[in-house]
Each structure stands twice: as structure tokens, then as C-alpha cells.
Design a protein around this ligand. Structure first.
Ligand SMILES: Nc1ncnc2c1ncn2[C@@H]1O[C@H](COP(=O)(O)OP(=O)(O)O)[C@@H](O)[C@H]1O
Ligand SMILES: [Mg+2]
Length: 144
């Protein structure tokens, strides 16, 4: 078995979709477990807005995860979903350690979509601190 447990991170962007498709395929081929993580980025809001924003971000995250999970189900692939809150790159790496994942898969960019920049900031930071291999999937990657 190539990989035991793959963690794929999604922010719901088209870049993340490429990563999820790739992760699905790799999980299927290697017989690995697949977990899809989304981190609701709820930092920096003043206290009064906190609860409302937190709820909205959590709901949006839940939708993103459901859509990714449905995509997997259509391909006959079982996937767990995980919704976290906090600093995305930290939570992604923490989850990979906690769940004993042996591979993290990310899109090259996300919602900020600054494609001229070499790598998105979350992707760059995960690559920088992850103790396990990280695979960065470029957009429009064809999955046969
Ligand atoms: N909040 C998040 N939750 C889960 N994964 C994320 C999140 N933000 C980014 N990612 C992952 O990191 C990849 C790159 O996104 P990012 O580095 O944020 O690029 P950008 O700076 O263009 O937004 C995404 O395709 C996704 O795989
Ligand atoms: Mg981003």
C-alpha cells in the first residue's frame, strides 16, 4: 500500500477542487483512507461580531465539505470530513499529525487566487512546516 491515510485540504475554490479530485484518485489507487479538511478562518473579528461570523464561517465550511464528500461518493470513494477553526496552515498540519496521515494534498492556490504568486500562502506554509510529505496540485490537472 502506497499511502495509508491521505489528508486533502479544501477552501472550496476551483484550485482546491483539483486537489480533491487528485486525492480521490490517489486514495482509490493506493487503498488509503481519505480525510477532507476545511479550516474556518475566524480570526480577527471583534467580539460583537464573533459569534455571528463564526457561525457563518462554520456553515460555509460545512457546505464546502459536503460538496467534496458528495463528489467522492459519486466516484464510489469513502471520505471522512473534518471542520476545524483557526489558522488554516496550523490546523491542517496539526490534523495530519493527530490523524497520523502520511500525505497532505493541497491546491496550489485558493480563494485569494493570486496566481502570479508562485504558491498561495497556506500552501507555502504547510509545505514549510509539515512533518509529512505534501503534494501541491496545480489547477487543471487532468485526472484520468
Ligand atoms: N481555510 C482552508 N481550509 C482548508 N484548506 C485550505 C484553506 N485555505 C487554503 N487551503 C488549501 O491550500 C491551498 C492553497 O490555498 P492558499 O495558499 O490559501 O492560496 P491563496 O493565497 O491563493 O488563497 C488550497 O487549494 C487548499 O488546498
Ligand atoms: Mg487562501
Amino acid at each position: 500500500m502506497l499511502f495509508r491515510h491521505i489528508l486533502v485540504a479544501t477552501d472550496g475554490s476551483r484550485f482546491s477542487e483539483a486537489a480533491v479530485c487528485y486525492a480521490m484518485r490517489l486514495a482509490k489507487e493506493s487503498g488509503a483512507k481519505l480525510t477532507i479538511i476545511h479550516v474556518a478562518n475566524v480570526q480577527g473579528y471583534v467580539e460583537v461580531l464573533w459569534h455571528d461570523m463564526k457561525r457563518r464561517y462554520r456553515e460555509e465550511g460545512q457546505r464546502v465539505l459536503e460538496a467534496a464528500k458528495e463528489h467522492c461518493q459519486m466516484e464510489g470513494i469513502e471520505a471522512e470530513t473534518l471542520l476545524e477553526e483557526g489558522v488554516p496552515y496550523q490546523k491542517i498540519v496539526e490534523a495530519a499529525k493527530r490523524l497520523d496521515c502520511d500525505l497532505i494534498i493541497l491546491g496550489s492556490h485558493g480563494h485569494s487566487g493570486l496566481e502570479k504568486i508562485f504558491l498561495g500562502s497556506v500552501a507555502e506554509r504547510v509545505v514549510g512546516i509539515s512533518p509529512v510529505p505534501v503534494m501541491v496540485v496545480p489547477p487543471d490537472t487532468t485526472v484520468i
